[in-house]
Design a protein around this ligand. Structure first.
Ligand code: BDR
Ligand code: CA
Length: 298
């Protein structure tokens, strides 16, 4: 059983990751959700995460409000029209879920991580947005660390998705990504190279009884062209549950901080040695994810 914390910019594929984790409760114990900006503002990510947990019948999982802007900025991040096109103005495809703010706790995210690591021995942090909260934690408590960090982010051998060189989660806080890549010893990076080989089809979501999840995912599928969408964030959960289905390479990477290639992961001389997921048994991973969603959404 893995104790995990999800750090999310709750958007639609983040919402799919939540459902997958809850459906795998015999293997994955969700301790908390912390929230960041990206697909939406941190505030909206918080509200969406809490409402989704409530919708899925989990009222007792705390949701912690993370930092509201990248490390190098003082301006509260708000989603742009481009993010609205992908995830909808409310981040969950326009689906109107009843709010459930009771599980949102006011503790500072760094203090919260610290407290959890005091009381739990072996905790995995899964990040599916910019790595700002984790970087802030590393700067403030350099002596403490999660047993493992699994992060959706980056494009290694393939093109980026926010610019030709960069993936969105890395691009939106390059300084945080750099701190994380350089200081987390047990980091597994799950980049576009693998997440863009995995799909969820309209045919599959059509089997779900949960109308809210069906509509929300339909919005995301429509953005991708109408038949199917990528499975960026849920791939982290499949990796956690079944690492044997994935191939990793140990790479030394540095995050380009600015200029045209901002957010690019450049190869460098041996240095930080990160486990990068480069490919997977796509059929088996999709089967795992489809089964997980069927258990909770049908
Ligand atoms: C990542 O960016 C966000 O839009 C998605 O939720 C995912 O985490 C893909 O680049
Ligand atoms: Ca995300």
């Amino acid at each position: 059983m893995h104790d995990i914390i999800l750090d999310l910019d709750t958007g639609i594929d983040d919402a799919l990751a939540i459902a997958c984790v809850l459906s795998c409760s015999s293997e994955l114990n969700l301790l908390a959700v912390s929230t960041t900006f990206g697909n939406v503002s941190t505030r909206t990510s918080c509200r969406n995460s809490a409402a989704l947990l409530h919708h899925l019948g989990c009222d007792d999982i705390p949701v912690v409000t993370g930092l509201r802007c990248p490390l190098d900025s003082y301006e509260v991040y708000e989603a742009t029209a481009y993010q609205h096109r992908i995830h909808g103005e409310n981040g969950i495809g326009g689906v109107d879920l009843p709010p459930f703010d009771e599980c949102i706790i006011s503790e500072d995210v760094v203090a919260f991580y610290d407290r959890i690591l005091h009381t739990h021995e072996d905790v995995t942090l899964v990040t599916t947005g910019p790595m700002t909260n984790l970087a802030a934690f590393l700067m403030s408590r350099p002596d403490r660390m999660f047993s493992r960090v699994v992060s959706m982010g980056g494009a290694v051998y393939t093109d980026g998705n926010i610019t030709p060189w960069a993936e969105a989660n890395i691009y939106k806080d390059t300084r945080a990504a750099s701190i994380v890549l350089d200081s987390v010893p047990n980091l597994v990076l799950v980049p576009l190279d693998v997440t863009q080989t995995l799909f969820l089809s309209k045919e599959e979501t059509g089997k779900w009884n949960d109308g809210q999840y069906r509509t929300m995912t339909g919005f995301y599928i429509a953005f991708h062209g109408g038949d199917r969408c990528y499975l960026h964030d849920p791939t982290t959960i499949a990796y956690l549950a079944h690492p044997q289905l994935f191939k990793t390479e140990m790479l030394s990477l540095e995050v380009v901080q600015d200029g045209q290639r901002k957010g690019n992961l450049a190869r460098r001389q041996p240095g930080n040695g990160i486990d990068v997921v480069v490919s997977c048994n796509a059929d088996a991973v999709q089967t795992f994810l489809y089964d997980a969603w069927k258990r909770i959404l049908c």
